[in-house]
Design a protein around this ligand. Structure first.
Ligand code: 5RP
Length: 261
């Protein structure tokens, strides 16, 4: 367990996870139509990639040594009835066989399927702990993006940690984000959510989230849907691992974009 966690969380205690699992409920998401091509230039800058077994098998070179966080929940789609109605999709045998450094699954607290997703989390934790595989719980909000506020996120993170998650992924919120992190006894990483308008906005929320205790990000669309994904991931990496301010990150972004760094 400690060895796998050390593969994910770097020696400075920080982490940059690159999720490309969106197809498991959204289909061929913009700029992720060909995952192999999307991730190739970004992999050197990520501490781990998060993806499903299907994309791992078909779109990632078996010689890849970047740690893999395997998404193991699903069974719903954006055109289906309710995104919260997820089940576990991948057996522990498969998780171990694919050499995952961790697994991730969504919990939908406050939804009709709250109980189901939380019990699934406990079942996954029971199986994964036997093999020393950390579980990252994803505090999902489905289509209800307005749920991204501190009181709700703190509730979700705490419950996920209490039920055995080793890492929790949640959303950043501008108000009282420190309460979300302080109430959670395991490391918290920030998801990006839908792509925002400016790069600086991303740098600011990542920076603020880290200042308030998050250990890093699990951030996808705001990186690979950018016109300059390499500049984006390098700037975000500098905030996480080199304590860059948003302004310094923006400068680095511009330099990489102009081919000067
Ligand atoms: C989807 C996920 C994604 O991995 C997560 O939302 C992070 O990606 P993004 O930054 O694009 O939101 O768990 O359920």
């Amino acid at each position: 367990m400690k060895n796998r966690l050390a593969q994910l969380i770097q020696k400075d205690g920080k982490a940059l996870f690159l999720p490309i699992d969106h197809g498991y409920f959204q289909g061929p998401t913009r700029k992720l139509e060909k995952p192999r091509e999307t991730i190739k230039p970004l992999l050197p800058y990520a501490d781990a990639i998060m993806l499903t077994r299907g994309v791992l098998r078909n779109c990632v070179d078996p010689a890849n040594t970047k740690p893999v966080i395997l998404r193991v929940s699903g069974g719903t789609s954006v055109v289906g009835e309710d995104l919260a109605n997820e089940e576990l999709t991948t057996s522990i045998t498969e998780i171990v066989r694919l050499n995952a450094s961790a697994v991730s699954m969504s919990v939908f607290i406050g939804s009709k399927y709250e109980h189901q997703s939380l019990i699934n989390l406990t079942k996954l934790v029971d199986e994964c702990e036997d093999y020393g595989v950390p579980v990252m719980a994803v505090t999902a909000v489905g289509r209800e993006l307005e749920k991204r506020e501190a009181r709700y996120l703190a509730l979700c993170c705490r419950i996920a940690a209490e039920l055995g998650a080793r890492v929790v992924k949640t959303y950043y919120c501008p108000e009282k984000f420190h309460k979300v992190v302080e109430g959670c006894p395991v490391p918290v990483v920030i998801a990006g959510g839908p792509k925002v308008d400016s790069e600086l906005e991303v740098f600011e929320f990542v920076y603020d989230g880290i200042q308030k205790g998050a250990i890093g990000v699990n951030l996808g669309r705001n990186i690979w849907q950018s016109e300059y994904p390499i500049a984006m991931i390098r700037a975000i990496r500098a905030i996480i691992h080199e304590n860059y301010t948003p302004k310094e990150a923006q400068d680095l972004f511009e330099q990489v974009k102009a081919g000067k760094a």
